[in-house]
Structures are given as C-alpha cells and as structure tokens.
Design a protein around this ligand. Structure first.
Ligand code: PLP
Length: 438
C-alpha cells in the first residue's frame, strides 16, 4: 500500500486512535473525576469513609473454605459446568425463603439469578428502556444505577427525599411533568431500605402511597433492596413487592448478607417480564456463574446464615454508633446528617458555602476520604453534600476520620469567612432539598 493509498488511515496524534469508532452511548462512560484521588485514599494512613465494601472480616472464612472444597469434591462436575440462563432451581427456591423474611410470597419460577444486583439493574433497563426514555430516581441515588441508566441513554428525573424517604407528592409532580412534556417514564428506581447514599428508610405509610401513585400512573417500580436485612433495631420492613406483585420488580443480592465476591443477586419479576429477562441474561452471560450459585446455595443450606447476618449487623451497628457520636462531637455548626437504622451510609449536608467536591483534595491531604454528593446525582446537584460509609474502618478509625473531616470543614469555613466562597462554582447543591430536612 502506498503512502497515498485511500485505504491507509491518516496519521493522527490522538491519545485514543479508536475514538471515531465508538458507539454514541460510550460518550457518557467516563472515569470518575475522583478516581485518582481514591488511589491516594486507599493508602493506610488515610481513613477511608468513602468505599461501601461489605466488611467480610466477620465471615467464618474457614467454614466457607470447607463448603467450597466439599462442593468441588462432591458436585464439581455440575458446579464447574454451564447452567441454566435463569439460574439454579434449588438456589431460586432458597431465594424465595430469603424474600419471605420481608413478607414476599413468590414462586421460584419468577426469579432470575443475576451477576450481583448490579446486573439485574442492567438487564431490567435493557429490556425496558430505549434512548430518551425517562427513569425516575430518588435524589440522591445509587451511583451504579445512574451509570446503567446513562449507558442506555435514559434521562434521569430526580425526586426529592426527606427523613422518611421518597416524598410522594414530589413523585406525583415528576410523573405529571414528564407526561406533560410528552415523555415516557419507564419506571421508578427506588432503594427503600437504608438508602445508598442517603441512609434513610421509606416509611410504611409512604410505601403504600407510592405504590398507589405508581399503580394509578401505570408506572413500574424497580425496588432495589440489597440492604433490607441489615437493620440494627427493628424487624425487616415489608417489601413493596409484597403488596403489589404486578407493578413491582424486586432486586436482591447476597453481596451484603454473605459476600460480594460470589457476584450473586437476583430479580423477582412478573411472569412475562421474567421471560424477557432470561432472554436478556442468556445474551449477556449465557448463564449466571454456576460455581458461585451452588456455593451460595450450599452456604444457605449448611450455615446459620440468619445468625451470620445478626453478627454482621452487630458489627455495623457499633461502627454506625461510633460515626454518629463523632459527628455530634466534632462537626461544626451548620452541618447536619441522616441517622441510618441499618446499612452502611450516613449522608452529610455541609454548612452553606462549603463544596464537597472542591474540598476533597484538602480532605485527602488531611488523611480522610469520602464521596462527594455530586456522584449521586445525574444532573450536577449535590455539591453541598457527601456520603460517609462506616462499614469498613474500626470504630476508633471512624472517630479519627470524622475528627479529621470536621477539621477540614472548619478550615474551609474559616477561609470562606476571610475570603468569601472556597468554590469557584457556587454550588447547585444548595438549591435541591436534602434528605435530612426534617
Ligand atoms: C443500592 C445498590 N444496588 C445495587 C448494588 C450492587 O450490588 P451487587 O451487584 O454487589 O449485588 C449496590 C452495591 O453497593 C447498591 O448499593
């Protein structure tokens, strides 16, 4: 081929020479702006209140190892083989037992096993959403779900929350506004229990109201519930799916109640939807991982999994208490936060004028990390908020982390008093109602 051949691509000096070939939907796929900082934040001298990884140090690792060894020896030929696209039948029965703890009466035929509940969000969005469809989400919402909605080119409409969770009146207004704009809302994505990142739980009364609103508007509800059994004080709340099987698609996961490394979650869906989900699952992965499914199934069969969840909860409760006590002790006036009854997260609203995103480098320099609130909004809001996780560090480290964070916030406030705002872009986060307004 000569240098002037029309088949020879022109030489470019781009960093990514494939840039012209990617599908349009990849344009929204960006590495997080804060990823580089988190590389620093994972150093041992930094107290990371950022990550939401379950603390599996409470698992009996030797017993799990024995289960995995037994599984390979006694049933290896099956465990190491492909399986059904819908998931292992015995595991689907056991999943129904787990869901019964939240009042759900379901048939294993209506369960599809997925690669974590993250894949469940993906599959549901894949079968329901065309580019430009609207998904209604809480404000703030789970960053991993927002990423999926973005990847499928959906538009996210956020709906206000307060201390009791999603606000029904705001949901109604959003549904009406979307319809008035000639747009189609495909579903409401909600995390009713121990919300990630807001830390609040939807009250029983509101569950009924929201189900009524969605039924009237013929809007599906995607109930994402990885934390429902991680309550510290009360019995698990009744799932929304328990009261409206026709309108609610329910997502569950073993990531927080057992271990995330198996990547086993599930969807419970109305029968017709379940069929489409299996087809979508088959094209995505052929089948969910057989070894992981049989391992989770054996664990549920042979271990006291309810007792294990109890010990997880005792550990997380101690850490939550340490975080709340430290917030009370150290936070400057003007800051407020949610008080979670379970799960992993506290949502902090900063004193006016402090921007959680621009403050992060100063926090990491002071050896504490968190996730800025903007990560949990599709529309740039949230800069006056941040998410703290208490699941991983020890109670002492949590206290020290909050002490450091409070110091950074106080220093920002002092700077602000001296020079005006510490942020070049005064934040949109101030305008949107926050979950702790009550
Ligand atoms: C609200 C929510 N949904 C879904 C997931 C995904 O969990 P997994 O894919 O491990 O089941 C998470 C993980 O943190 C989450 O917080």
């Amino acid at each position: 081929m000569s240098d002037t051949s029309p088949l020879r691509p022109t030489r470019r000096t781009r960093l990514d020479s494939y840039v012209d070939r990617y599908a349009a939907r990849t344009q929204g796929m960006k590495a997080s702006e804060i990823r580089a900082l988190f590389a620093v934040a994972s150093r041992p001298e930094v107290v990371s209140l950022a990550g939401g990884m379950p603390n599996i140090s409470a698992l009996p690792i030797d017993a799990v190892a024995e289960t995995l060894g037994d599984l390979t020896r006694s049933n290896g030929a099956m465990a190491l083989q492909y399986g059904s696209g819908q998931g292992d039948p015995r595991l689907r029965e056991q999943i129904c037992d787990v869901m019964a703890l939240e009042g759900i009466s379901a048939h294993p035929d209506d369960v599809v096993v997925t690669v974590g509940s993250q894949q469940a969000v993906d599959l549901v969005t894949r079968i329901f959403c065309d580019p430009g469809d609207v998904v209604i989400c809480e404000a703030p919402s789970y960053v991993g779900a927002l990423g999926v909605f973005h990847a499928y080119e959906c538009d996210v409409v956020h709906v206000e929350m307060d201390g009791q969770g999603l606000v029904p009146r705001s949901l109604e207004q959003a549904i009406v506004a979307v319809a008035a704009a000639g747009r189609r809302s495909k579903f409401l994505y909600t995390i009713p229990n121990f919300h990630n990142p807001a830390g609040v739980t939807l009250s029983a009364q509101r569950r009924t109201q929201i189900l009524d609103i969605c039924a009237q508007a013929d809007l599906l509800v995607l109930e994402d519930n990885p934390y429902g059994l991680l309550g510290f004080d009360a019995e698990p709340m009744r799932a929304m799916r328990a009261d409206d099987p026709a309108h609610v698609i329910y997502l569950g996961s073993f990531s927080k109640t057992f271990a995330p490394g198996f990547r086993v979650g599930w969807v419970l869906a109305p029968h017709a939807v379940r069929e489409k989900l299996v087809l979508a699952q088959e094209s995505a992965t052929l089948c969910p991982p057989t070894f992981s499914q049989l391992a989770v199934s054996a664990y549920l069969e042979h271990h006291d999994w309810r007792g294990q969840i109890k010990s997880f909860n005792e550990m997380y409760r101690e850490r939550r208490d340490s975080m709340l006590a430290a917030l009370d002790e150290f936070m400057p006036a003007g800051a407020s936060w949610t008080v979670p009854g379970g799960g992993f997260y506290v949502w902090v609203t900063l004193p006016e004028g402090v921007d959680s995103k621009t403050m992060l480098p100063r926090a990491v320099t002071s050896r504490v990390a968190y996730v800025p609130g903007t990560a949990f909004y599709a529309d740039g809001f949230g800069s006056r908020s941040l998410r703290l996780s208490y699941c991983h560090p020890t109670p002492d480290r949590i206290r020290e982390g909050v002490r450091r964070l409070a110091g950074v916030i106080s220093a920002d406030l002092e700077l602000r008093e001296t020079f005006g705002t510490t942020s070049a872009t005064l934040t949109r986060g101030d305008e949107r109602p926050h979950p702790d307004l009550e």
